[in-house]
Design a protein around this ligand. Structure first.
Ligand SMILES: Cc1cc2nc3c(=O)[nH]c(=O)nc-3n(C[C@H](O)[C@H](O)[C@H](O)COP(=O)(O)OP(=O)(O)OC[C@H]3O[C@@H](n4cnc5c(N)ncnc54)[C@H](O)[C@@H]3O)c2cc1C
Length: 437
């Protein structure tokens, strides 16, 4: 990249939010420069296709939660079918693996019997221990679900925000599903119409600094190690929350000048949660064969108390189990060596299946990505801390009709932490840019 690049609008980050925003603006006839630090688009959508495995390996986003109309429409436009994900739950109880499908409805019913959150917010851990009447197993499930599904530290997470999400669309009536051929189909669908539009996409272009005044944005960065500059009248920032919260350039921080003082409270009241996801590949889907086929078609396996407490299947006969931990335990495990993590995952699985199978003898590979250490992610997805009611809206609010903000952390419709929320936020920021034109 030589000289100074220019466009009407610069979009920083080509994940789901950035691609959605850039597409909408370029289709409206305004020139867009989309700058992406990685050598690929998609950000926290990262699909691998491995020879010999019919299903995609998703290192980041995998499920379509709730109705997600935009996600489904985009996949449909790319002729990518959506398949239901098995939703049966098996859990170790009194030393045996038993069906446990009713725990979440039981938790939601118990939460519905208290109104304390209408008066004040508190941590999810406090809320559960002081105000929700639940038997021990369901209580443990609720804590694991908060850590696992929402990647939160339950001692810090806002109970109000968590309950709003759990009783909203993404965990509501619509069954969980997956893009059959992988979430990367969605990226193809987002990119296809842009090739014809007024869009320049630069990958391997890391933004280091943003100088901005009303109606003027100057961006500096490096393109594969070589400095570049770019300018535009407006910019949409889709940097992940964990990146926006960094101050050290070596850790991925982007320097804003003047600083984003108006965002300081929002950045303090939101947190970037940790997830450890390991895709384990086996010689065969052995769990379908053991115990007279009892676990054939199973969705989730839970090993409460194990180092890796949750596993799920990736579709009938697929020889993959996904090992999953969220929240502070995930942050701790992420600091261990990959080999040690794998050993813990296999031990946890052995605890699930007992003597019916020699789990380490079955394993053929393990795929993972460290989202916590990744300087372009700095965490898996965002959550709200206690008292952070308006923080997502504050983060989303444009500055001086010049800097606009998108990304899953800016979602205000209980879809944060999802691809659907990121896409919607990109569309919202694009509409703000176009509305102010
Ligand atoms: C392990 C894991 C599992 C998940 N599972 C699901 C799931 O099942 N279903 C679901 O809906 N969601 C899931 N999610 C969440 C989902 O992936 C995200 O909410 C969504 O992809 C975020 O999109 P985004 O555009 O907001 O951010 P990102 O995808 O992170 O995009 C931001 C972009 O900015 C780029 N960037 C960062 N720094 C710079 C810089 N300095 N200069 C230029 N570019 C930069 C990044 O490289 C990235 O491409 C999961 C996430 C993780 C990590």
């Amino acid at each position: 990249m030589r000289g100074e690049l220019s466009a009407d609008v610069i979009v920083i980050g080509a994940g789901a939010a950035g691609l959605a925003a850039a597409g909408q603006i370029s289709r409206a006839g305004r020139s867009v420069l989309l700058l992406e630090a990685r050598d690929r688009v998609g950000g926290r959508i990262r699909t691998r296709h491995e020879p010999g495995i019919a299903v995609p390996i998703e290192l980041g986003a995998e499920f379509i939660h709730g109705s997600a109309p935009l996600t489904r429409a985009l996949l449909d436009s790319a002729a990518c079918p959506v398949v239901h994900a098995a939703d049966s739950h098996w859990s170790v109880h009194a030393g045996r693996l038993v069906r446990r499908d009713a725990l979440f409805p039981q938790v939601i019913a118990a939460i519905g019997r208290t109104s304390v959150l209408q008066r004040r917010d508190m941590s999810f851990a406090d809320f559960l221990s002081r105000y929700v009447r639940l038997p021990g197993e369901a209580r443990q499930f609720a804590l694991r679900m908060a850590e696992g599904f929402d990647a939160v530290d339950t001692a810090q997470a806002s109970a109000r925000a968590l309950v709003a999400e759990w009783t909203g669309d993404i965990l509501g009536e619509a069954p969980q599903s997956r893009p059959a051929h992988g979430y990367d189909c969605l990226l193809g669908a987002l990119l296809a119409p842009q090739q014809a539009g007024a869009l320049q996409l630069k990958t391997s272009a890391t933004v280091r600094g943003v100088r901005w005044f009303r109606d003027q944005v100057r961006v500096a960065g490096d393109f594969a190690g070589i400095p570049f500059r770019a300018r535009a009248r407006q910019a949409i920032v889709t940097l992940p929350l964990g990146v926006l919260q960094q101050s050290d350039p070596a850790a991925g921080a982007v320097h804003f000048s003047p600083p984003l003082t108006a965002k300081a409270d929002a950045l303090r009241l939101l947190a970037s949660g940790a997830i450890l996801k390991m895709v384990l590949r086996f010689r065969s889907a052995f769990w379908e064969e053991i115990a007279q086929g009892r676990y054939r078609g199973a969705g989730f396996f839970h090993a409460p108390g194990a180092a890796i407490p949750t596993f799920w299947t990736a579709g009938a006969r697929a020889p993959l189990l996904i090992a999953w931990v969220g929240g502070p335990p995930a942050a701790r495990l992420a600091r261990r060596a990959p080999r040690a993590r794998l050993t813990l995952a296999l031990r946890s699985l052995q605890a699930l299946f007992g003597r019916a199978v020699d789990v380490p003898a079955e394993v053929r590979g393990c795929y993972e990505h460290d989202w916590q250490l990744d300087p372009h992610a700095r965490g898996a997805y965002s959550y709200v801390r206690v008292g952070g009611d308006g923080a997502r809206a504050d983060l989303a609010r444009p500055l001086e009709d010049t800097l606009f903000f998108a990304g899953e952390a800016t979602d205000t419709h209980n879809e944060s932490g999802t691809v659907a929320g990121a896409l919607d936020s990109g569309r919202r920021a694009a509409a703000e840019v176009l509305g102010g034109a």
